[in-house]
Design a protein around this ligand. Structure first.
Ligand code: 13P
Ligand code: SF4
Length: 364
């Protein structure tokens, strides 16, 4: 979903990397602790070097909430992350996203209208009181609010299993959105079978399922995916293992289940960082996740060989929208007292989304 980023002035677009670096450094030093720059692990190095803190999506929101002195949080990540930071920070804090077009194609695969339609359609065929909605962190604030109202919770790739177990203790059917892969991988890891899962296609009547399929499935998995992680294939795992018989494969759970099944371990961004750090020196490790993180891990661990499982590089194109030029533009406006690209969630949505986020925090 395009969010209409206005073109930034040519002064920034035509600047050299050195000029941008000096403008960012000057603005940052003028603003001092009034500004807090957050960098998601998938950001490029030209942005990440300026981050006051780095982390995965949820950790960054928590870091923002733990820093009440900063009036402005510049979130170098994607839109849904900036929304979560706005929900969790104090009212006087403003969250800015350097490029409004930095969305998440997966988050855009489920919108409030289609989730409400799915809920209403399900109401006609199953006992809706026994259905628990769970949304992945990678979703709009509106969907988090829907889940908050409907008695469900948010999950991240780190805590998906704990949240899904909690949800199964509250009902006997789960509607999980927007990432079918995270839902499937987590359900299979919990011991459920493929026959317990059904994919809900929002473009088709009753999700493309029969009434019987809706009744029988324990997990209804929204037909969404991450275009970066869905690219990984079992053939790539096989090719890596042939070339590196002692090699280690680590996959993010947004990858298809055949890849996760063939991997040595599966886990979130945070898990991957720890797994690489914990591997023995000399290890050869193929990682199935976003390439900027893989390259950074390779640079931080020169005594290990860390490569992307996909030999054809696969960056997240929306994360890539945040660059030094947009960061300099946002910071220089703040120096002039002007806030650009503010991400503000309306209070009603924010309060219900917070309910769903707080449920998650109470579970894990
Ligand atoms: P994290 O929640 O681990 O930061 O991941 C977000 C994401 O977009 C993964 O593709
Ligand atoms: Fe979204 Fe995938 Fe990019 Fe993560 S890597 S922000 S899920 S498009």
């Amino acid at each position: 979903m395009l969010r209409m980023q206005p073109p930034i002035p040519a002064r920034y677009l035509d600047a050299t990397p050195e000029e941008l670096a000096s403008w960012i450094a000057a603005a940052k030093s003028t603003l001092g602790d009034r500004v807090f720059i957050l960098g998601h692990h998938y950001q490029r190095d030209e942005v990440m070097r300026w981050a006051d803190a780095r982390g995965d999506s949820f950790r960054l929101s928590q870091l923002a909430a733990d820093n009440p002195t900063a009036d402005h949080i510049v979130f170098c990540g994607v839109h849904f992350m900036a929304e979560s930071a706005d929900i969790l920070t104090a009212p006087h804090q403003q969250v800015l996203l350097p490029d409004l077009n930095a969305g998440c194609s997966m988050a855009d695969m489920a919108d409030l209208d289609s989730v409400e339609e799915a809920w209403e359609a399900l109401e006609d065929v199953v006992d809706i009181e026994r259905v628990v909605p769970v949304t992945y962190m990678n979703s709009s604030a509106a969907l988090k609010a829907f889940v908050g109202r409907a008695g469900g919770a948010v999950c991240t790739s780190t805590n998906a299993r704990a949240v899904l177990e909690w949800a199964m203790g509250r009902g006997d059917k789960l509607l999980f959105f927007p990432d079918q892969h995270l839902g499937r991988n987590t359900a299979l890891a919990m011991g459920y079978r493929h026959s317990d899962l059904a994919v809900w296609d929002p473009r088709r009547e009753l999700g493309g399922l029969s009434e019987a399929e809706c009744k029988e499935a324990t997990f209804l998995l929204w037909k969404g995916h991450c275009s970066v992680h869905q690219r990984f294939t079992p053939a790539q795992v096989e090719a890596f293992r042939t070339a590196n018989p002692e090699g280690i494969v680590i996959a993010h759970p947004e990858a298809p289940y055949q890849v996760c099944e063939a991997a040595d371990s599966v886990g979130s961004t945070d898990f991957i960082i720890k797994a690489v750090a914990g591997a023995a020196p000399g290890s050869v490790i193929a990682v199935a996740t976003e390439v900027h993180l893989v390259q950074r891990l390779a640079a931080e661990h020169p005594d290990r060989t860390v490569v992307s499982l996909d030999p054809v590089v696969c960056p997240c194109s929306t994360m890539f929208r945040i660059d030094a030029a947009h960061l300099a533009w946002v910071l220089e406006h703040l120096v002039e007292g002007r806030v650009v690209n503010r991400i503000a969630v309306d209070p009603e949505t924010a309060s219900w989304a917070k309910v769903a986020l707080e449920r998650m925090l109470a579970i894990v």
